[in-house]
Design a protein around this ligand. Structure first.
Ligand code: TXA
Ligand code: MG
Length: 321
C-alpha cells in the first residue's frame, strides 16, 4: 500500500527518480510523474490503465515555465492565464519539441495548467521539470477528491500519496483552447464559464461531443460509478423505483425526500450552493457507489454556472454521452 503523508521532500525525491506520486490540487488529486521522462509518463498510463490515445495535462508553477514548453500563447488565452492561474483552468497550447508525443498522444497542442494548491505549488516550485498528471483514478472511474480515495484505488500501484486534504473545487479543470480566432471550451469544469466570458467575450462550448478526436478523454462513460446511475426528476423516479421494490440511493441538490430509513440519501448542498455541490459531488458518488444499494438516483442541477459542469459529470456517470 502507498504511504499517505505530507513530506514534499519525499515526493520530490520519488519524482526525480522517475517514480509516480499522487498529488493534491484544488480540483481533484492527480497521478503525477516527470513529464520530461518518457518512462515515468508510460508508468502513468499503465497505473491508470489509460489508453495511450488519451493525452495528459502538464502541471507547473509559473507562466514563465509554461512558456518554455509551448511555442506561443494566443493573446486571449494569455489573458485567461493571467486572470485565473493558479486555478482550475487548463489551456491547450502548441507544444515545443521538448514535450514528447507520449504526453500529448501525438497531438500538436499540449494541455497545461498551474494548480492552486499550496502543497502542489511548493512541490512544483522545487522541481526542474513539469509534472504530467491525470486524475488519480483508474481509467473511467470517478475522480478522487481525497487522499483516501487514491489509496483505495491506486494504493497498490504507487508508493506515495501527498496529502493535501479535501479538494476545494472538486471538479476537474475547465479546458480551453483556440481554433482560428475562436475561444473553445473542450471540457466544462471547476472554472465557471461566466468568469471566462468576463475576459474573452464569446466562447464556444464543445465539451459534449464525446467522439471529438481533439479531446479524446471526453468519452461517454467517463466518471462512471459501477452501479447503475439514473438522472432525472426525483419526484417521479423515487415512487417508480419504490414500486419496483428496488433498493436505491438518492443524490439531490438540496431537497430531502421521504424514503425508507435505511436508504442512503445525500444532499450536495443544503443551501443549493453550486460550488459546495461541486466540492461534494465525486465523494458522495463514491460513497453511494460503495453503499449497499442496487442503483443510484440523482437529479439535474440548475443549468447555470458550475451547475453546467456538474450536469456534464452526471450525464457521463449515467453514460448518456
Ligand atoms: O483538474 C484537472 O484537470 C486534473 C488535475 C489533476 O489537474 N487533471 C485531469 O486530468 O482531469 P485527466 O487526464 O483526468 O483529464 C484531462 C483531459 C482528458 O480528457 C484529455 O483527453 C484532455 O484533458 N486533454 C489533455 N491533453 C489534451 C490535448 N493536448 N488536446 C486535447 N485534450 C487534451
Ligand atoms: Mg480523469
Amino acid at each position: 500500500m502507498a504511504v499517505i503523508g505530507k513530506d514534499i521532500a519525499e515526493a520530490k525525491q520519488l519524482l526525480s527518480e522517475g517514480d509516480l506520486v499522487a498529488i493534491p490540487t484544488e480540483t481533484v488529486y492527480g497521478l503525477a510523474g516527470n513529464a520530461l521522462n518518457d518512462q515515468a509518463v508510460a508508468k502513468i498510463f499503465e497505473a491508470k490503465n489509460r489508453p495511450s490515445f488519451d493525452p495528459l495535462i502538464l502541471h507547473t508553477n509559473s507562466l514563465e515555465k509554461v512558456k518554455s514548453f509551448v511555442r506561443e500563447i494566443p493573446q486571449s488565452l494569455e489573458e485567461l492565464a493571467k486572470a485565473f492561474w493558479p486555478g482550475p483552468l487548463t489551456l491547450l497550447l502548441p507544444k515545443k519539441e521538448i514535450i514528447s508525443d507520449l504526453v500529448t498522444a501525438g497531438l500538436e497542442r499540449v494541455a497545461v495548467r498551474i494548480p492552486q494548491h499550496p502543497i502542489a505549488l511548493e512541490l512544483l516550485g522545487e522541481l526542474d521539470f513539469p509534472l504530467a498528471a491525470p486524475s488519480a483514478n483508474p481509467f473511467g472511474y470517478i475522480s478522487p477528491t481525497q487522499a483516501g480515495h487514491v489509496q483505495a484505488q491506486l494504493g497498490d500501484k504507487i508508493q506515495y500519496i501527498l496529502d493535501g486534504g479535501a479538494c476545494q473545487v472538486g471538479l476537474e479543470s475547465t479546458i480551453v483552447g483556440m481554433e482560428e480566432d475562436q475561444v473553445v471550451i473542450y471540457r466544462m469544469g471547476g472554472l465557471d464559464l461566466r468568469e471566462i466570458e468576463k475576459i474573452v467575450i464569446k466562447v464556444e462550448v464543445r465539451s459534449h461531443s464525446s467522439s471529438n478526436p481533439a479531446a479524446p478523454g471526453l468519452l461517454k462513460s467517463h466518471y462512471a460509478p459501477r452501479k447503475p446511475f439514473l438522472v432525472g426528476d426525483l419526484q417521479k423516479l423515487i415512487p417508480e423505483y419504490l414500486e419496483k421494490g428496488e433498493r436505491f440511493a438518492v443524490l439531490s441538490l438540496a431537497r430531502k425526500f421521504p424514503l425508507p430509513a435505511d436508504f442512503p440519501q445525500y444532499q450536495l448542498s443544503e443551501s443549493a450552493d453550486l460550488a459546495e455541490a461541486a466540492r461534494h459531488l465525486f465523494g458522495y458518488m463514491r460513497s453511494l457507489d460503495e453503499s449497499n444499494v442496487n442503483l443510484i438516483l440523482a437529479e439535474w442541477m440548475p443549468e447555470e454556472g458550475l451547475g453546467r459542469a456538474i450536469n456534464d459529470r452526471l450525464r457521463r456517470a449515467a453514460a448518456l454521452g
